[in-house]
Design a protein around this ligand. Structure first.
Ligand code: ADQ
Length: 480
């Protein structure tokens, strides 16, 4: 029976080691949820890194972990500390990530890291090929594995390969500055179907393929050697029912309230509002800008002092990369300065949490907030915006969303803003805080309908259906 092999940088599980024993638990991220049914089907497997560098492991313990991971239908790619440093923290997060998010000034192009990127993509290819049988389908995810489609296609030309990019694909003018631009495109073109979150990213990719590779592109099809490669957009959704139902549970007043919820509720009443922001601590998410814009708002609409509070959750991320350390320092300082500037005995304008929170607390933050302020400078999609909407079981609440997030393309009923304009920020925040309930409900209802219909499972299904179609059209070409 043919199977689907999912490949991503990390496996959908967390391995923790203490002394000489270990624990493996499934992770709860969007990708893991979306792929759950694909992964569970037949003898499908997931290939990726376990999160534990090989050098740290006693060989016996390593074997035990491997076999436990295998039981979860996962296969781990052994990576060393050097691999992680050079391929992940280095090339992926210091070259590709900033460039693809238009942060040119943050890019660092190191030959040594590029070599590591190639080496690790080859390691992934080896593990995929070891587990591949004729007729299998491979679905590769994201910017850490851009070379993988071609590496597999070279060795196993009959394999059907899909690739999905979770971050933006930048415009040709940005992409052309990349030292290894042809190698990257060649790597991606090993796939039979390439998926992006939005039509814009798809267009940017096609334009780079035309101009850098000089290939023929017709609508969304690329002719490459003797193959036709399809390119399309598939906006990723969320597990809508999971968020909606969890929020319904919270509406139930008989449920015991956590301390966080009690504190949040103390600050919500008819004339006191909570504004929420949740992101990974990443410079693409526009955190310092948002804090400064909030200051601008309080300066220009002083009647909101003591009436609004910004609850800001920043989840630690990539803290070994210097730009992320700098961002953390800048955020800490800004929060301190603004709280110092406006705080009164009974009010602190910004509540700032720098940590990961359990799902239950995340839902409390979503359900208790009157406004969500999601204002990345650049973001492939942004699932937090969608999760906030899904938890509005009573239809109230306002989403303020950056035009630079992929999600803005399908969330027109949100208040869309340019995150670089403080004026835009302040006017939209005022609009959100004074929006009549009926208007809030109308907007949320439209958004919810769309999110429910196109949830993460549907996203995965549609991608795989389109990938299957490329198989059929290949067969048609052969029989013609
Ligand atoms: P991310 O940049 O990580 O993803 P995002 O889409 O917002 O960004 O997803 C974050 C996820 O983390 C959400 O599902 C959220 O619930 C979860 N999360 C946030 N805070 C948490 C916390 N404190 N504790 C636990 N979970 C938390 C990349 C791209 C995005 C793209 C996604 C999916 O950068 O643009 O939307 O992939 O393709």
């Amino acid at each position: 029976m043919n199977k689907t092999i999912i490949v991503s940088n990390r496996l959908p599980l967390q391995v923790s080691i203490q002394n000489n024993s270990f624990n493996v638990v499934p992770s709860v991220g969007g990708l893991a949820t979306g792929m759950k049914s694909v992964h569970a089907e037949g003898n499908g497997i997931w290939v990726g890194w376990s999160g534990i560098p090989e050098n740290n492991l006693d060989p016996e313990l390593s074997d035990q972990i491997q076999s436990k991971i295998r039981n979860e239908k996962c296969v781990s790619v052994p990576l060393t500390n050097e691999d992680i440093e050079e391929y992940y923290e280095g090339f992926s997060n210091r070259a590709l990530w900033p460039l693809f998010h238009y942060f040119m000034e943050y890019t660092n192009f190191e030959q040594k890291e590029w070599e590591a990127y190639k080496r690790v993509n080859e390691k992934f290819a080896e593990v995929v090929i070891e587990n591949l049988e004729d007729g299998d389908t491979v679905w590769v995810h994201d910017y850490q594995l851009l070379l993988l489609p071609q590496l597999i296609k070279n060795k196993k030309p009959n394999t059907t390969i899909g690739f999905f990019l979770h971050i933006p694909f930048p415009s040709y003018e940005i992409f052309r500055t990349f030292p290894w631009r042809e190698e990257i495109l060649t790597g991606m073109l090993g796939a039979d179907l390439l998926g992006f979150h939005t039509y814009d990213y798809e267009r940017h990719f096609l334009s780079s393929v035309k101009r850098i590779m000089r290939l023929e592109v017709q609508f969304n099809e690329i002719s490459y050697h003797d193959r036709i490669i399809k390119v399309d957009s598939f906006p990723m959704g969320i597990d809508y029912d999971k968020f909606y139902n969890a929020a319904l549970e919270h509406d139930n007043d008989s449920k015991e309230k956590s301390d966080l919820r009690k504190r949040l509720e103390e600050h919500t009443s008819d004339d006191k509002k909570l504004i929420l922001s949740i992101d990974r601590m990443d410079y693409t998410k526009g955190i310092p800008n948002r804090i400064k814009a909030f200051e601008y708002f309080l300066d220009n609409y002083p009647e909101y002092k003591e009436k609004v509070r910004l609850v800001m959750l920043a989840v630690p991320s990539r803290s070994n990369v210097p730009q992320y350390q700098k961002l953390k320092r800048e955020t800490d300082e800004l929060v301190g300065r603004i709280n110092g500037k406006f705080a009164t005995v009974s009010w602190t304008p910004i509540w700032y949490f720098y940590r990961s929170m359990p799902f239950n607390n995340l839902i409390e933050l979503y359900t208790c907030s009157d406004v969500a302020l999601i204002t990345p400078i650049r973001d492939g999609m942004n699932l937090v915006a969608k999760e906030y909407v899904a938890t509005r079981t009573k239809g109230n609440g306002v989403l303020i969303l950056s035009e630079m997030a992929g999600a803005s393309k399908e969330m027109n009923e949100a208040l869309l803003i340019n995150p670089n304009s403080f004026e835009d920020f302040a006017v939209s925040l005022k609009h959100a805080l004074t929006m009549p309930l009926e208007e809030q409900q109308t907007r949320i209802k439209f958004l919810q309908k769309r999110l429910k219909r196109y949830d993460v499972e549907k996203w995965a299904d549609e991608f795989l259906k389109a990938l299957e179609d490329t198989k059929n059209s290949k067969n048609e070409n052969v029989t013609k």
